[in-house]
Design a protein around this ligand. Structure first.
Ligand SMILES: [Zn+2]
Length: 271
């Protein structure tokens, strides 16, 4: 069995501030180490349950956060940007299941640490009329390749968001959010034990046929992005095929998941 651990940073053990995830800030050094340790704990649990091969995708900012020299020696590390599938890079490499580690709730969620969708400029992303965050977007990409998402880690808000889409997903809640910038964060020793245990259980459920099915989105896919300011929607609407739907929102009807994902990334890059 080969899995992809696709990771982000805002949902990593101990993270409650943007400074923790900002490579120009002195605090970042501590949290990239914790991110690496969270990933190693997940990998350890997955290997112990019978996984043969692990790819890790680094999905935060420029995709160069994990410390390769400190990664479990059995892991292959996908890093850098721009990559074909962005946060899900590696998904097209004969993967059997995905774990989304260090994730955060979608933009606008209350009591959720650093809740956002892709960038601070996006107020909401709708796919076929349903509001989705990065979890839903990336689960949709996995679903396009017919791959299930079997585990998520982060605060209790992303755990609830993930269970809303995939009820059988294993959730590792590594912190309890009290607000956008606050939460109760157990020590790494505790969260890493939890991550290892949940990863092991997620793989066992996969082998037992008890994981949620891949997330399938019916095509054609209507993608709509609501931006923070009208001038952003103005810029995004210049993309061929896109239409302005309101002062702040732009939509596009796409033939399939790759096209919808490319449209979303392009809109976000145009603003
Ligand atoms: Zn991030």
């Amino acid at each position: 069995m080969k899995i992809l651990i696709a990771c982000d940073m805002e949902g990593i053990t101990g993270v409650t501030r943007w400074e923790h995830c900002d490579s120009t800030h002195s605090e970042y050094t501590r949290f990239r180490k914790l991110m690496t340790e969270d990933v190693n704990a997940v990998a350890d649990g997955a290997f112990s349950a019978g996984v043969d091969e692990i790819f890790v995708g680094d999905g935060h900012n420029r995709g160069q956060n994990l410390l390769i020299e400190n990664l479990d020696h059995r892991i292959a590390y996908n890093n850098g940007t721009f990559s074909p599938w962005s946060m899900m890079n590696g998904i097209d490499q004969q993967i059997d299941a995905v774990m989304l580690i260090g994730y955060h709730a979608k933009a606008g969620t209350g009591d959720a640490i650093l809740a956002h969708t892709w960038s601070k400029e996006v107020l909401d992303l709708k796919i076929n009329g349903s509001s989705m965050g990065e979890f839903g977007l990336n689960a949709m990409i996995a679903g396009y390749f017919n791959i299930p998402v079997i585990m998520v880690s982060g605060d209790q808000a992303i755990a609830a968001e993930a269970e809303g889409l995939l009820p059988e997903i294993e959730t590792a809640i590594v912190k309890q959010a009290f607000g956008y910038f606050s939460g109760c964060c157990p020590a790494p020793e505790q969260t890493q034990a939890l991550l290892k245990q949940k990863a092991r259980k997620a793989v066992e459920k996969y082998f037992a046929g008890e994981s949620s099915a891949p997330l399938k989105i019916a095509a054609p896919i209507d993608i709509e992005v609501e931006f923070h300011m009208p001038h952003m929607a103005e810029a995004a609407a210049r993309m061929p095929g896109a239409e302005r739907r309101s002062g702040r929102s732009v939509g596009m009807i796409c033939r399939n998941v790759p096209e919808a994902f490319a449209a979303f990334r392009t809109m976000c890059n145009l603003i």
